[in-house]
Design a protein around this ligand. Structure first.
Ligand SMILES: Cc1cc2nc3c(=O)[nH]c(=O)nc-3n(C[C@H](O)[C@H](O)[C@H](O)COP(=O)(O)OP(=O)(O)OC[C@H]3O[C@@H](n4cnc5c(N)ncnc54)[C@H](O)[C@@H]3O)c2cc1C
Length: 446
């Protein structure tokens, strides 16, 4: 039996959710109910698991429980890059081992196609999911070298890409900050909260039973069922999938094997027509940094008007709770990154600032599998949670229904367990100092 006694509060309201009209949440769980399949967590992983189960088990009763309102968790707080290519954040330029990368690319593309089909079936607006590709932006000689080296790796894998020079980067962004870029075509760019909310609502319309603001506080075996309890109800389920990312450790699984990291983002207020003209460039683009520890930057022009987003800084947070002044402290890094790239927008302030969590393991492996009989994990993506979370959900759903012959991701390999973390305070000191060093080395890429 596990008593799940603490939850993680991300700081700040994510701009993505705030830009959208208020949504009527699904009810809180108030009764004792039964389910064939229960999924805990309605992020990328949980939603993909629900969709896959609905495809494979058409008559099954599927219940999805979310601790918060849908779209408020990390899946609605990210930068919105559903990347198809290797994105090894521990590497200096994202490349991993060639043979592993080829498998990963195939799985990532399956996930992106799965996401596209959900977007189509549930009639999400165009801006929820844009298959436009992305650019690795380089502001330094070292950044250009990272791009060159990554391009060689992609070339060896047979993957198309195109180098952009400084003039092309300026005509795209209006800024002369960047020296070059590396464009790759396969990334889908999402409005994260619009995507998560839209998929959740689509699943409900298709028959999934979603309960929001219903954190699970207890999980135990009852005969051949799993019984989970919330503050005001319970679910007795034949099979249960935990899609709660690093918080699976709160349920008693993978304890001291998964690392919680926090990322931070700021979004400007809406730009006026005059500011849009002063900025110049195109109205939609999406940059990941050439150095993984640099700044992600996006320009958006949909709901909420013309705005820019900056995401940088990464902190290791084993204790889950962040100090309240953390956003304020990080905001200086966001403002510096923003105003140095866009000095023509020096009067434009940030309207939203927020943090969110992601999960890594020391040996960069997933936490996916049957952790106990009829209890499955769809967790730990090591840095590409939109795409790999979707894969995790698909894989866990297919495992739960025991239909390997129908697998969408036959290449999925059961890897080793996530390695144990070093004891504290050694672990925190080591990881935090390593991050500080990598951020310092990123220089103007940050
Ligand atoms: C600022 C930022 C930028 C990022 N940018 C990108 C990006 O561009 N591309 C990318 O791929 N990834 C990005 N990420 C990472 C990505 O958002 C995460 O990896 C992803 O959200 C993981 O998805 P998930 O479904 O596994 O977990 P989560 O999104 O964490 O979803 C798990 C859900 O489970 C719920 N839950 C937890 N405990 C319970 C409980 N006891 N009972 C009920 N529900 C519970 C949570 O509320 C949560 O909604 C970014 C993250 C941040 C914070």
């Amino acid at each position: 039996m596990s008593t799940v006694n603490h939850f993680f509060a991300d700081l700040g309201e994510a701009g993505w959710n705030q830009l959208l009209p208020a949504r009527q949440p699904q009810p809180t769980l108030e009764n004792d109910i039964d389910a064939d399949y229960l999924i805990i967590g309605a992020g990328f992983a949980g939603l993909a698991a629900a969709r896959r189960l609905m495809q494979l088990e058409k008559d099954a009763k599927i219940v999805l429980l979310e601790a918060r309102q849908v779209g408020e968790g990390p899946s609605g707080r990210n930068s919105g890059f559903m990347i198809d290519l290797p994105h090894e954040v521990s590497s200096s330029h994202y490349a991993g081992q060639a043979s592993r990368d080829q498998i990963q690319i195939r799985m990532n593309r399956t996930a992106i196609e799965f996401a596209r089909k959900m977007v189509d079936s549930y009639h999400l607006p165009e801006e929820a999911y844009l298959p436009t590709g992305k650019i690795n932006a380089a502001a330094t000689k070292a950044g250009l070298d990272h791009n060159e080296s990554y391009a060689r790796h992609l070339d060896a894998l047979g993957e198309p890409c195109r180098m952009l020079d400084a003039a092309e980067m300026q005509s795209l962004t209006g800024s002369d900050y960047y020296q070059g870029g590396l464009w790759t075509p396969g990334t889908a760019i999402i409005q994260p909260a619009m995507y998560i909310r839209g998929i959740a609502d689509g699943l409900v319309d298709a028959g999934c039973h979603l309960f929001e603001q219903s954190p699970v506080i207890d999980l135990k075996v009852q005969g051949q069922y799993w019984r989970i309890t919330t503050e005001s109800g319970s679910v007795k389920a034949a099979k249960t999938i935990l899609a709660v990312n690093g918080l699976i450790q709160n349920f008693g699984y993978y304890r001291r094997r998964l690392m919680h990291f926090n990322l931070y983002a700021s979004m400007t207020r809406e730009l006026s027509e005059l500011e849009v003209n002063q900025l110049g460039g195109e109205s939609r683009w999406a940059f990941t940094p050439a150095d993984p520890l640099g700044s992600t930057v996006r320009r958006i022009d949909g709901t909420g008007g013309h705005r820019l987003l900056i995401r940088n800084r990464c902190t290791y947070e084993p204790g889950l709770r962040l100090p309240n002044d953390r956003l304020e402290r990080i905001s200086a890094d966001h403002d510096r990154a923003f105003y140095s790239r866009f000095p023509m927008l020096k009067h434009v302030s940030m309207e939203y600032r927020w943090s969110g969590r992601l999960c890594l393991s020391r040996n960069s492996v997933w936490a996916i599998g049957e952790v106990e009989k009829n209890l499955f994990s769809a967790c730990c993506q090591n840095g590409l949670g939109s795409t790999k979370g979707t894969i995790a959900g698909i894989v866990a759903a297919e495992m739960a229904c025991e239909k390997p012959a129908e697998s969408l991701v036959p290449e999925f390999i059961h890897e080793a367990l996530p390695q144990k973390l070093f004891p504290e305070p050694l672990m925190s000191l080591g990881v935090s100092n390593y991050l500080k060093y990598r951020e310092w080395r990123a220089g103007r890429e940050l």
